[in-house]
Design a protein around this ligand. Structure first.
Ligand code: IPM
Ligand code: MG
Length: 372
């Protein structure tokens, strides 16, 4: 298969982790005889530095000409500390979601057996957790009007949803539930918000089309608690933009590190793949950033094109790295010298030589050749 992939590494740890995902995709292309081409483009704070714009037109054009977009992370502390900044790195990410119409964001939350003890939660609570969060991505309070009064003392952000936007993601979430445990939880704040009541009404209307799927509702405040006390009760979570942002980051506690969570964002025409973590500026260029979320985003890219065997190979490589503690410091208690690049190299090696009988694991953490 020929794939033209736009690569937007962005800021902070974005470039380091994205480089590992690209490395992995190149290994897959080589092994499975695909032709993947990569076109890099600027987004976020680095784009502001060079062009004055967080999402230059050239970047949009590169993405629209691509079959898929691989996104790193955006953000920089100096902007976080300056609420008066008019141009902000986040405009790059929100802009690309809007420009490409990426309305449906899918964030899997899977508790790996090898990492159960890394979570701050109890092993018995998190074992076998497998949740798929469907987060609406181009509507809600993120994309409503944002206004500040002239005297600077009153601010407004509007949360708007319409039937079409809700139906679109609700159908996708119901279909996903059908291929899983047939359970869907709509998370909202319908006791307070009119927009949430619209979500409930519409999801309730749609539900009979999926008779095997058990639908239930949960308020966001309650869901925030239930996700920690009993995460196994969830199968598919369907929710609006901001609740999905918050719940997915909370869910990373179950998995042990936010550096593990990947995502797919789909529109009618385009698709983008990105880790859910941010730019983590203070970790940039230290080789300590976990590349697995980015590598798993690459696996989701392969899934998207039906390259199942290829995606499985990447996931096996990730599993193997976790099992052997070839992981960055956020997860590692065994070795203290495994860098972002070493994790990428290990997974690349695994892809090239998946037959583990050929691997010599003894010195693998030293970064020595893994192939006998
Ligand atoms: C995410 C991020 C973004 C969001 C930020 C960086 C704008 O937190 O993708 O979860 O809020 O959507
Ligand atoms: Mg977030």
């Amino acid at each position: 298969m020929k794939l033209n992939i736009a690569v937007l590494p962005g800021d902070g740890i974005g470039p380091e982790v994205t480089a590992q995902a690209v490395k992995v995709l190149k290994a897959i292309a080589m092994d499975f005889n695909h032709i993947f081409t990569f076109n890099h483009a600027l987004v976020g704070a680095c784009a502001i530095d060079k062009t004055g714009n967080a999402l230059p037109d050239e970047t949009i054009a590169i993405c629209k000409n691509a079959d898929a977009v691989l996104f790193g992370a955006i953000g920089r502390t100096s902007f976080d500390l300056d609420p008066n900044a008019k141009i902000r790195p986040e405009q790059g990410l929100l802009g690309i979601r809007k420009e490409l119409g990426l309305h449906t964001n899918i964030r899997p939350v899977i508790a790996y057996d090898d990492l159960l003890t890394k979570s701050s939660l109890k092993v018995k609570q998190i074992k076998d957790v497998n949740i798929l969060i469907y987060r609406e991505l181009t509507g809600g309070i993120y994309f409503g009007d944002h206004t500040l009064s002239e005297d600077g003392n009153t601010a407004t952000d509007t949360c708007t949803y319409n039937r079409f936007e809700i139906e679109r993601i609700a159908h996708a979430a119901f279909k996903a539930a059908q291929s899983r445990k047939n359970k869907i939880t709509l998370v909202d704040k319908a006791n307070v918000l009119e927009s949430s009541r619209l979500w409930r009404r519409i999801v309730q209307e749609i539900a009979p089309q999926y008779p095997n799927v058990k639908l239930r509702y949960m308020y966001i405040d309650n869901a925030a608690m239930e996700l920690i006390i009993n995460p196994r009760q969830f199968d598919v979570i369907l929710t609006e933009n901001m609740f999905g942002d918050i719940l997915s980051e909370e869910a990373s506690v179950i998995v042990g590190s936010i550096g593990l969570l990947a995502s797919t964002s789909i529109g009618d025409k385009y698709a983008m793949f990105e880790p859910i973590h941010g730019a983590y500026t203070k970790a940039a260029n230290k080789g300590i950033a976990n590349p697995i979320a980015s590598i798993l985003s690459a696996a989701m890219l392969l899934d998207h094109f039906g390259l199942d065997e290829e995606a499985s190979r990447v996931r096996e490589g990730v599993d193997k790295s976790l099992k052997l503690h070839i992981t960055t410091p956020d997860l590692n208690t065994k070795y203290d010298n495994i860098s972002t690049t070493k994790v990428g190299d290990f997974i690349e090696d695994f892809i090239n030589h998946p037959d583990e009988t050929n691997l010599n694991f003894t010195n693998i953490h030293l970064g020595q050749s893994t192939i006998i």
